[in-house]
Each structure stands twice: as C-alpha cells, then as structure tokens.
Design a protein around this ligand. Structure first.
Ligand SMILES: [Cu+2]
Length: 135
C-alpha cells in the first residue's frame, strides 16, 4: 500500500445524498428505511472518488461487520473501475465512464485492511489505491 495514509474519514450519513445513481450500479434505491443495493439493505454507502490518478478518501474506516455499498464515482476524464481485495474478498466493478458511477455491494465480516484500487491499465501503480480498514 501507499505510504501516504491520509486522515480523511468517511462520515456516516452521506447515504442520504445518493438519489439518482448515474452508472447503473445495480438497482439501488433510497427510502426512509435505508439504502438497498441489489435487494440488500446496506449499513452505509461510501463514496469513492476516482481521478487520474488517485482515489479519495485514501482511508475508509468501517466500524461494524455487514453489508456496505462502495460507490465509485468517476470524476476523471478517462474510464476507471473499482476493485476490492483482501481477507477472502475479491470483487470489482466494470468500467465506469467519466461522469458516471457504479456501486459495488460488499459484505465485510473480517477485521483488517482491504485494498481498494482501480484495476484498469496500471492505474493502481500510478496512485489509484486506498485502504478500507474494518475494525
Ligand atoms: Cu483507473
């Protein structure tokens, strides 16, 4: 992982601003009872902004096991994607066009650090990576 671990922390409650997902991320709806992704209630949807070549935030804290949405938002000028790897998990979105987003449903059930990165064209090596820390 990169040596530059920032202090940015995703704040609970950001899910309320999620109406109108751009990228066909898999059937997300927001209602008074929380956010549903692929027919699954998630504890939280975490926004991950992608640009050339970085991910923000660099460090995401998760305090409870359970289902989460990782919403990859392509703020860049070329296609990106988002992949997650660690502790038996390995999954990724398809390519995301500039200005679009996709949400990945993830079930975290083991503590530790997970690698979040863009799997396209060596982008991770250029800096498109981040850490999800499950406590
Ligand atoms: Cu990329």
């Amino acid at each position: 992982l990169t040596g530059r671990i920032g202090t940015l922390v995703v704040v609970v409650g950001s899910t309320l601003a999620l109406a109108g997902c751009g990228g066909g991320g898999g059937g997300k709806t927001t209602s008074g009872q929380g956010t549903v992704i692929q027919n699954t209630h998630v504890l939280r949807v975490i926004d991950v902004h992608e640009t050339e070549y970085s991910l923000e935030p660099k460090l995401i804290h998760i305090q409870r096991f359970g289902y989460y949405g990782l919403k990859a938002i392509n703020d860049g000028k070329i296609p990106h994607a988002l992949a997650l790897q660690g502790h038996g998990l390995r999954q990724r979105t398809g390519a995301i066009a500039p200005g679009q987003s996709r949400t990945m449903l993830v079930f975290f059930r083991k503590a530790g650090n997970y690698l979040l990165y863009c799997p396209l064209d060596g982008h991770a090596r250029k800096g498109m990576k981040a850490t999800v820390r499950v406590h």
